[in-house]
Design a protein around this ligand. Structure first.
Ligand SMILES: [Ca+2]
Ligand SMILES: [Ca+2]
Length: 189
């Protein structure tokens, strides 16, 4: 059975010259390419960010990152360096800055996270609200989104450690487009 399979694969390579692959731009964010892989990786289309490429002797698979937009964030707006004390029991303010091209009101606040930690909650226990507000933090005329994260939650999950130098914020827009932004941090003790 196995010999027959090898013969089948070799026949395809001989017949087509190159391992046949399938790609459809409509699948952006899902499967980028797959195909027989007898002599190496399947022909993966260029110009994409791949999250995974799995290969075996006979075939391979490539997945494309969902398209995302890079945004500018400012941890502790107005302050630099962005010093964080790991013993701080308060909230860490992070501004997501709006631009003429990027409207922060299109962000779905419930999807905003840093290293797996979502926005803190505030208000009464009966009716907590996730901690964010819309304001022009940097005074450039474009509305920004102020977000707040629980420092101890970031510490307990291991996102903030003594060696952390940068935090990456990610979120989704209302239309599911992914956004990412990072800023440096300075851990103090
Ligand atoms: Ca700052
Ligand atoms: Ca602004």
């Amino acid at each position: 059975m196995k010999k027959r399979f090898i013969f089948f694969v070799m026949a395809i390579v001989v017949l087509f010259g190159v391992p046949p692959c399938a790609y459809d731009a409509a699948l952006e964010g899902k499967v980028a390419a797959w195909g027989w892989n007898f002599f190496g990786q399947c022909n993966v289309p260029g110009g994409n960010d791949f999250v995974a490429i799995a290969g075996s002797w006979y075939n391979s698979l490539a997945l494309v990152c969902p398209p995302y937009i890079t945004v500018t964030i400012d941890i502790k707006p107005g302050g630099d360096p962005n010093s964080i004390n790991l013993g701080d029991h308060g909230l860490l303010p992070v501004a997501i800055l709006g631009t003429p091209e990027f409207d922060v009101t299109t962000i779905n606040p419930e999807t905003i996270d840093i290293g797996g930690v979502f926005l803190a909650e505030r208000g009464s226990q009966k009716a907590p609200k996730i901690a964010y507000s819309l304001e022009d933090v940097d005074g450039d005329g474009y509305i920004d989104m102020m977000t707040f994260f629980d420092v101890q939650e970031l510490v307990s999950i291991g996102t903030l450690t003594g060696g952390t130098t940068e935090l990456l914020l990610s979120a989704a827009l209302d239309d599911d487009t992914q956004i990412e932004g990072s800023d440096s941090v300075n851990i103090v003790h």
